[in-house]
Design a protein around this ligand. Sequence first.
Ligand SMILES: Cc1cc2nc3c(=O)[nH]c(=O)nc-3n(C[C@H](O)[C@H](O)[C@H](O)COP(=O)(O)OP(=O)(O)OC[C@H]3O[C@@H](n4cnc5c(N)ncnc54)[C@H](O)[C@@H]3O)c2cc1C
Length: 408
Amino acid sequence: MEQTDILISGAGIAGLVAAAGLAQRGFRVCIVDPAPPVDDVAQAGSDLRSTAYLRPAQALLARLGLWDALKPEAQPLAALQVIDTHGTPPVERARRMFSPSDVESELFGWNLPNWRCRAILATHLASLPGVDLRLGVGFVSMLTRDAGARVVLSDGTSIAARLVIGADGRASSVRQAAGIGVRVRRYGQKALSFAAAHDLPHEDVSSEIYNSGGAFTTVPLADHQGEPASAIVWMQDGPRALDLAGMARDDGARFDAEMSARAVHLLGDMRRITPVQVWPVVTQTADRMIARRVALIAEAAHVLPPIGAQGLNTSLQDVAALLDRLEDDPGAPAGLERYSADRLRDVAARASAIDLFNRVCQSDLAAVQALRLAGLRAVHDMAPLRKQVMQAGMGRDVPGVLPDAPRS
Ligand SMILES: Cc1cc2nc3c(=O)[nH]c(=O)nc-3n(C[C@H](O)[C@H](O)[C@H](O)COP(=O)(O)OP(=O)(O)OC[C@H]3O[C@@H](n4cnc5c(N)ncnc54)[C@H](O)[C@@H]3O)c2cc1C
């Protein structure tokens, strides 16, 4: 039987970053995923979301020697603008700009399309010593004992590992095999994700534009064929979201007009430049983040509504905690307990805050909409509160557990 120190199920962005970090800590890592990354945005299976990597996440990527490969494709995020609107078509009620200088930084972070990020990371990992990247092969089952785990893969291979990490997304097979349940809160809401070109430059500013139904978020991308471009996340009540997705398919011009109006023409006329993907919006938290010889990270452990760039940024905090907490025997109970203690509270706090925020933003009750407007003004206009909220949203800086990445 094959042997490894750590078997990671799922080579999404979180799994790939974890593999790089754990190999850098000296572990032998085998990472498997049935779905290879795509090398073109239009290919089937392309993840059309983008991720705004906030400063702590970027620091982790730099520490692991991954940032140099990603940086050329990353668009800086120089400021965050929040706009409160009401009615249909939306009319602006208030606008506030948040600056990274409040958290003693020049930038909030950098934005990168997920499909591209995953492809770059997979290419980098394929040549990394200590990492055995197996694409086209998935986790099927496992048997765990106190001393280790035996994993069976979809190609029939059996591998003995001292730790199994579930990084296999919201329907995690590792989580199910470990008998860990989930708590799910639904909102009857969906998020459309795609990219759009627009007439006006984004000036590296990301905008969250609120109206009943949820947030409409623009996040700066690099220019597309000479035009300014942004990643869009458009949250709406489910039936309206499905209508919009159908409109994008059948009547592109009408969709573009609806989108430009929903964005209060902030970026001028907007034109969709990729297909639309539809994501269910849920808050889902695993009952536990560990089991015998098992750790869960990222969406296998927590799924958050796509507001405030919390999802993958929270996942990279999991990776930083794993690197910091695991013992030399990576599946030893004491290290796993420390990892769990470190992450459970932060994940629960973020899930509660985003859940409440999303409910307030989604509601069409006049009183709740007034509360949203008052909340925006209070958070922005009171400097200490503004700084506290922004710091909490950014997350912790990564602990210095790793040696600096070797320079190439
Ligand atoms: C519309 C939208 C916008 C978002 N924007 C942001 C943002 O700006 N910032 C942010 O921080 N977060 C954002 N998020 C959240 C972020 O995109 C997700 O948290 C992140 O992509 C999930 O990464 P993951 O690695 O956990 O899961 P996934 O990307 O789902 O990866 C899981 C991997 O596991 C693999 N897998 C599945 N089953 C198996 C198996 N049996 N064996 C092996 N592998 C398996 C899959 O093929 C997949 O590659 C957004 C989410 C949405 C819905």
